[in-house]
Ligand binder design. Sequence first.
Ligand code: PLP
Ligand code: ZN
Length: 445
Amino acid sequence: MSTRTTFNTANTARLTSKPAPREGAFGNATELICRACGAQQPLGAFYACNECFGPLEVAYDFPAITREQIEAGPKSIWRYQQLLPVAADVASIPNTDPGFTRLVKADNLARELGMKSLWIKDDTGNPTHSFKDRVVAVALAAARELGFTVLACPSTGNLANAVAAAAARAGIRSVVFIPEDLEPAKIITTAVYGGTLVAVQGNYDDVNKLASEIAGEQPDWAFVNVNVRPYYAEGSKTLAYETAEQLGWRLPEQVVIPVASGSQLTKVDKGFGELIKLGLVDGAPYKIFGAQATGCSPVAEAFREGWDNVRPVKPDTIAKSLAIGNPADGPYVLDTCRRTGGAVEHVSDDEVRDGIQLLARTEGIFAETAGGVTVANLRKLIATGQLDPEAETVIFNTGDGLKTLDAISDRVGPTANIPPTYDAFAAAFPSATQASAAQAGQESL
Ligand SMILES: *Cc1c(COP(=O)(O)O)cnc(C)c1O
Ligand SMILES: [Zn+2]
């Protein structure tokens, strides 16, 4: 067995006591609160409640914040620094500056689906081409303040890219764990950043379990979605803030969001709620819809069955970025979608492929499988009467199709393959060449 990487286990002892975070390290954040029982814990490297082991989330005491203050900020997620658990100088510390991606008015797709007003929040424009750059940037900032020196994660692919890139930019080490059967493109686009990449013989849920075990043994390592998860999760709120700001400080009536662990969906709801509370948008109601692939649809199943908890499944879908069989935020997704009047649906892998092609053909946007899941679910939600085609809707395109080419490689290709002669072209496209001949004839008259 080759040992290209040796972990320094000797450093474990020196790490148990980290320096206290500096003043203002977490901005307006005040403490961590248990989402299950409401118990409070100080801001620190905690992710499970002392009382009930429930998940923790960041709580704030916001000052008055104006639209103008935000609009004067950088064109990245850091314009919302006051709403995140990060220090006021966060933008000046080397990071990937993700966010402020485009919000595209999708009139062609809307027409195709019989919708009145549809927008696509296109997060393929992030530094590593997925929404994960947002959450990693916030996790990295927290990890630094908390004295961690290594950035790590278990990943379904996009998080691996984002962690490896952010660590490279920050000049620290990364250790990333992935299921060995990940798409080749996601392996290459992680390995290129030069960190440690560990392929694990198992599915994501196996990888996640292993990561939790290692996190317990390596006090120097910030596993972005494990031991600094409360901070990581806050990064997803920026999707809500940007969507509202780009709509002219307005909330959409409906949002469709792909669900893996469910963190993103629940934090978009939190973000909308904060904007309302701060008076930055008016409090019009909105509905949140979750989108899954049938081969990994434990949350959609629980939604349909009326359960409060999610029954874990063994994932089997081309939507590997969403292939989490035991989603940590499952119960909170159910609560959010039920409370807002939304739903959680699922679509087959063939529908995912159709969704990718439909989005590309109508809007010129090439989504990865997760985007195909979202577009296909949008179509299904309309067809089943769960989503109102007359109401203003935003869908989140969270990742780039260039990373999941295999999903559609047997469906698309050259229209023709011809020798380099006009006759061959004319033979291959008789109608096109006849039309142009007729037109040319007319012009010469
Ligand atoms: C991780 C991921 C998601 C889902 O994120 P969760 O917060 O775990 O639900 C959605 N889309 C893409 C492309 C992802 O990589
Ligand atoms: Zn608790």
